[in-house]
Write a protein that binds this ligand. Sequence first.
Ligand SMILES: Cc1cc2nc3c(=O)[nH]c(=O)nc-3n(C[C@H](O)[C@H](O)[C@H](O)COP(=O)(O)O)c2cc1C
Length: 333
Amino acid sequence: MHKMTENAIEGRAVVLAAHAHDLIAMAARAPSVHNTQPWRFRVAGPVIELYSDPGRKLQVDPAGREMLISCGAALFGLRLAVRSLGYGPQVELLPDPARLRLLARVRVGAAAPLTSMERQMIQAVPHRHTHRGQFLPGELPAGLVPGLQHDALAERATLALVGPGLAYQRLANIAALAASRLDLEPRARAEVRRWTRAPANQARDGVPVLAFGVRALRDTRRLQQRDFDLGRGLGRLPAGGQPPPVTAVLLTSGDSRADWLRAGQALHRLLLHAASRWVFASLYSQPLEAAVTRALIRDRLRLPGAPQMLLQLGRADTTHATARRPPADLTDP
Ligand SMILES: Cc1cc2nc3c(=O)[nH]c(=O)nc-3n(C[C@H](O)[C@H](O)[C@H](O)COP(=O)(O)O)c2cc1C
């Protein structure tokens, strides 16, 4: 029996080593703030370690909250990638308090067949994207929103819906307030310029012009988008279209590093679930970057937790995947 267990563990280490490239490639498809991809990986025998890459942390994110949400999203991608091989992932979150950059250790666990939902999520990885362009008219598929709320709960987060009336108006006003302040801040503007990519630019990180538009006239039915264009006339996405039918806030009960990693896992999970039905999200983190507007959102919407991400979800039939760095550039010996 003991021998069999040892063989099984060794076998899983072989599986991991043989598939490390593909596992890391799937993890790296995760969303990240400004497409900074602030993650690194290390394959150590039977374990893949996930690290943050603080050199890619934004100045508007001094505590690293958005960096860790991004890394949490990559962790969910890594877990799903292990599932795609037919095994259960074993995850140790923040395994060593003395090593702040080490965020998780992932091992290949026991064999377990894929569920149909997992299969659909895996198929959605290539076309999931942050949708800043036009949405199609109409409601979301029946039953999808409760499914996404279940995804959040399963990752120890909450997806709180924002009703279309007063609550939405309050949120939109606070988001507009945050945008009008932060869009003028030289530090934030310099970072947006640093992380946006002109058409001929071959960089495999940052936000490409095909993924954002020039700033349109304000449409109060949509939350104010982060301004990636900054008056440069670079953005290629046409504005207009229908407002997305669902607005939501992703919450966690606490606001620790572990909570940020959980929020990231919940975010990626529900975005892939939605994408499997050709439903995509606009993401808005700018109003949460200033402590004062983050607190206002929590208070005015009476949210039962710490807001980690604002989302609007709608249907679309177009997709444009943004580039990612290859696994070799993300892996440390
Ligand atoms: C923590 C976090 C914050 C983000 N904030 C915003 C935002 O404020 N505005 C926005 O348009 N996209 C936002 N995004 C989306 C990223 O810009 C997007 O994930 C990245 O450019 C990669 O593109 P993709 O999601 O289409 O693969 C955010 C993503 C994460 C994970």
